[in-house]
Design a protein around this ligand. Structure first.
Ligand SMILES: Nc1ncnc2c1ncn2[C@@H]1O[C@H](COP(=O)(O)OP(=O)(O)OP(=O)(O)O)[C@@H](O)[C@H]1O
Ligand SMILES: [Mg+2]
Length: 258
């Protein structure tokens, strides 16, 4: 785990069914370490489903079956010795609507630590340090350092979304998954989250689902275009937008369907 492989996430022939319905078909992809990769494609094409495979969250539905391989940092996440708790610590997730817990800013940031850490790691100075570090990393420390005891759900939406990213960081994730993280935010909030993604890139591998083509173009290094559960095209963002290989990609990015 200490080496730094070229790819954080690799799938081979990944298939997923919700009951009888096949939502992912033979998806083979290599997602680069430390980069921002966008998942794009029309509604229902399987973006969220693919994202949720990477931390095995789909499995909470009893009627989901998968076939194929997923490797995170070289390790098969379906191996029997893989701990789901460890997996979900190293693969954090952020959702469409900011979902901080209705407790204080401070307690939101240390929530994961309180669940996952031994008592010795929960001493007050260590928690204080973790809070300052995480809030600094997402650019919230100056704004919130005097409001750590305020209820997180009363913050502005942009701050709430940044806080949802901050609360992943004390668990030292390798990968951050973002499912349309800006769809509840205004233009300013969207820009702030994109700037934060740039700050975080390098230290973390970021995979973002977005319907916003301008955002995919601005914010990501690589783009994956999906259609009806299949991966149609995966390339550098610039190439995907300037020189799409697949006619369906071209039609989608031109806004002809979706
Ligand atoms: N929990 C579920 N149970 C059954 N079918 C599901 C479930 N979640 C998704 N699906 C189906 O799987 C397909 C892919 O859905 P998914 O949510 O992954 O698409 P998406 O690309 O994220 O779409 P959107 O852009 O609308 O968010 C869709 O046909 C959807 O109806
Ligand atoms: Mg979705």
């Amino acid at each position: 785990m200490s080496e730094s492989p070229a790819f954080s996430i690799q799938t081979r022939g990944l298939n997923l069914w919700y009951g009888d319905f096949q939502a992912l078909k033979e998806v083979t992809v290599d997602i680069k370490h430390g980069r921002i990769t966008s998942l794009i494609g029309p509604s229902g094409c399987g973006k969220t489903t693919l994202l949720r495979c990477f931390n095995r969250v789909n499995e909470r539905y009893g009627y989901v079956t998968t076939k194929g391989e997923i490797r995170l940092l070289g390790k098969n996440i379906y191996d029997p010795d893989v701990s789901l708790i460890e997996l979900r610590k190293s693969v954090g997730m952020v959702f469409q609507r900011p979902n901080p817990l209705p407790i204080s800013v401070y307690e939101n940031v240390v929530f994961g630590l309180r669940i996952h850490s031994p008592r010795s790691a929960l001493k007050r100075p260590l928690l204080d340090e973790a809070v300052e570090k995480a809030l600094t990393e997402v650019g919230l420390w100056d704004d919130l350092k005097d409001r750590l005891r305020h209820k997180a759900t009363e913050l502005q939406l942009e701050q709430q979304q940044k806080l949802c990213i901050a609360r992943l960081l004390p668990l030292k994730p390798e990968i951050i998954l973002m499912d349309e993280p800006c769809s509840a935010l205004d233009v300013e909030g969207t820009r702030a989250i994109e700037e934060l993604m740039f700050e975080l890139k390098g230290r973390y591998t970021i995979v973002i689902v977005t319907h916003n083509m301008a955002q995919a173009r601005r914010a990501s290094d690589e783009c994956i275009f999906m259609l009806l559960g299949e991966l149609m095209e995966h390339t550098r963002t610039e190439d995907l937008f300037l020189n799409p290989k697949h006619p369906k990609t071209a039609e989608y990015i031109e806004g002809r369907y979706g």
